[in-house]
Ligand binder design. Structure first.
Ligand code: 5AD
Length: 365
């Protein structure tokens, strides 16, 4: 079936998704991009939602083979921001009209961490109540796998969205990038628990993993659909040299352009298939190309997460090589980002939590 015929469909099956993800001529890519943009505009509107991203700790109990802050990487300084440092980053976002923040860290399962984070969430809520944000900023957490009790505490403290990437929904691929102590089933169960606890749930994968096929990516999208997820955070896999997967640097460098293009296509096809969810245009896209985040928005993403982590610790939160704005203060780029969003005819939503249309519909608001 040709691309034009597939794009006319209302529902897509696995073969359609594989065909869409396999295109590599510019005209077909542009047709898919334009179709995704049009679904975005009709389902969600032209607003781009900002979340101020605070990478508040790089301590991690996990040893994911791809990740620069994995437990076994002895070459980085470990840090955890204080309550005051986190609150001051969050206030910076709130003052600029970012209605939401994302608190991200490595994964730590000790009780001290859970207490600390629940306290931080509660404090952010009370510190950011204003006329414009009567319920404070919206809080998304991205802190990995936890018990139901911990998730409940975070939710009760006031967080209402949670990002937990599945990384790869295929069991073999998942196993090839993680130590055996981590397993796919537990990750899926965490996603289900998060939903039961009341969170809006986001997930995502890395695109361009060694051994990943287009069928894997299509199945990832079907997984997102089956799990009825509200948000996606997804980006290209980028090598970090001090990790076990650092040996794939050549593989990665030879395929960079293709991986970037496939990551954009994944955004577009997710938009076509999943329609009314939020999709983030991630820092990893921007790492591969300076206008990568804007490209993500043009392919159907509607969320941007500018880093507001204090500049002093940012060099210790390198999930992959080449992460941008390391020495710079990302805050300097605020005006630049506003300008480039306007240049692609999108508007910036201010003082709004920016929940996905899907989550709003589900809650009957
Ligand atoms: N390349 C791209 N993304 C990465 N992440 C971790 N390491 C890498 C890497 N080398 C992503 C994972 C994780 C998120 C916080 O960062 O998908 O869920």
């Amino acid at each position: 079936m040709d691309i034009g015929t597939i794009l006319q469909k209302k529902e897509f099956d696995r073969d359609d998704i594989i065909t869409l993800l396999s295109v590599d001529n510019p005209a077909d890519i542009e047709s898919i991009r334009a179709a995704a943009e049009s679904v975005l505009l009709s389902e969600c509107g032209d607003a781009v939602f900002y979340r101020g991203l605070v990478e508040f700790s790089n301590h991690c109990d996990c040893d994911c083979h791809y990740c620069g802050i994995r437990k076994s990487n002895a070459s980085i300084n470990r840090y955890t921001l204080s309550m005051d440092e986190i609150i001051s980053s969050v206030k910076w976002s709130a003052h600029r009209g970012y209605g939401s923040v994302v608190l991200q860290s490595g994964e730590r399962n000790d009780a001290g961490f859970v207490d600390f984070l629940a306290g931080v969430v509660a404090e952010i809520k009370s510190a950011t109540v204003s006329e414009k944000l009567p319920n404070g900023v919206g809080i998304t957490l991205s802190v990995g796998e936890h018990s139901r009790q911990a998730y409940e505490r975070f939710y009760k403290a006031g967080a209402h969205r949670f990002l937990l990437r599945i990384e790869a929904s295929d069991p073999k691929l998942f196993a090839s990038i993680h130590p055996s102590a981590q397993n796919l089933e537990r990750r899926v169960n965490c996603l289900k628990t998060l939903r039961q606890v009341g969170f809006q749930v986001g997930t995502g994968v890395m695109v361009g993993l060694p051994g990943q096929t287009v069928e894997n990516l299509a199945d990832d999208i079907l997984f997102f659909r089956e799990m009825e997820i509200d948000m996606i955070g997804m980006g290209p896999y980028i090598v970090h040299k001090s990790t076990p997967m650092g040996i794939h640097a050549d593989y990665f460098n030879q395929r960079k352009d293709k991986i970037f293009q496939t990551a954009l296509l994944m955004i577009a096809v997710c938009r076509l298939v999943l329609k009314d969810i939020n999709i983030a245009s991630t820092t990893a896209l921007q790492t591969m190309r300076s206008d990568g985040r804007e490209m993500g928005l043009r392919y159907g993403a509607n969320v941007i997460m500018p880093q507001t982590t204090p500049a002093g610790v940012r060099k210790n939160y390198l999930l992959y090589d080449g992460k941008p704005y390391l020495d710079d203060d990302a805050k300097l780029h605020h005006a630049e980002l506003q300008k480039s969003i306007r240049s692609i005819n999108r508007k910036i939503a201010v003082d709004s939590w920016g929940d996905s249309e899907r989550a709003i519909r589900r809650s009957g608001r």
